[in-house]
Design a protein around this ligand. Structure first.
Ligand code: HEM
Length: 156
């Protein structure tokens, strides 16, 4: 489950489904890194750029899929707001833990019974389109092959 958690976090870093989600209205005027933000201005953060910033995510190259970026040691050294698929702060996603648990349960049940491979119909590289959330352009088609696992002398 530890590696599955790292795998899922890396998937959401490379493919955040709600990168336009975290937005706030300035409650008071301020200046952040030389940029003046007047009271009442709506501000959104650019999750894609933060998730691809080598200062937080390199090495290896942030465009590569690498779950090892999420080992406890590496997470402890990283800025707490470098990973934002669920936003951050007091108004972050209320369903984050539920969504992560549900995804991990689904994946664990799936890979227990099936091997998952790309096939001729798999769109590579994956193309994103922005609708209400960011989605794959086409259905993600893969080949599932049933695993033969023997548990307590019973073939599953
Ligand atoms: C992979 C799945 C999900 C992703 C990536 C996601 C992402 C987000 C993001 C980016 C925000 C904005 C956070 C911010 O402004 O800081 C948000 C807010 C929210 N999400 Fe999710 N979400 C997911 C699943 C869910 C689920 C399963 C639920 C409910 C069971 C949920 C309920 C909410 C609610 C109620 C808010 C508004 C929170 C507030 O304004 O205080 N989300 N989500």
């Amino acid at each position: 489950m530890q590696y599955l958690d790292m795998f899922l976090k890396e998937s959401l870093r490379l493919h955040p489904i709600a990168p336009f989600g975290p937005g706030r209205t300035a409650q008071e005027s301020s200046t952040v890194m030389g940029v003046h933000i007047p009271k009442g201005m709506k501000v959104r953060c650019d999750v894609y750029s933060i998730h691809m910033d080598p200062e937080h995510w390199g090495p290896p190259d942030p465009s590569l899929f690498c779950p090892e970026r999420f080992t406890a040691e590496r997470v402890a050294k990283r800025h707490p707001m470098a990973w934002l698929p669920f936003g951050a702060g007091p108004r972050n996603c209320i369903g984050m833990r539920f969504a992560l648990m549900e995804a991990k349960m689904t994946l664990a049940c799936l890979v227990k019974k099936f091997s998952v491979e790309t096939c001729a119909e798999t769109q590579i590289p994956l193309v994103h389109v922005a609708r209400c959330t960011v989605q794959p352009e086409k259905a993600v088609t893969v080949r599932l092959t049933r695993r033969h696992v023997v548990v307590n002398n019973t073939e599953e």
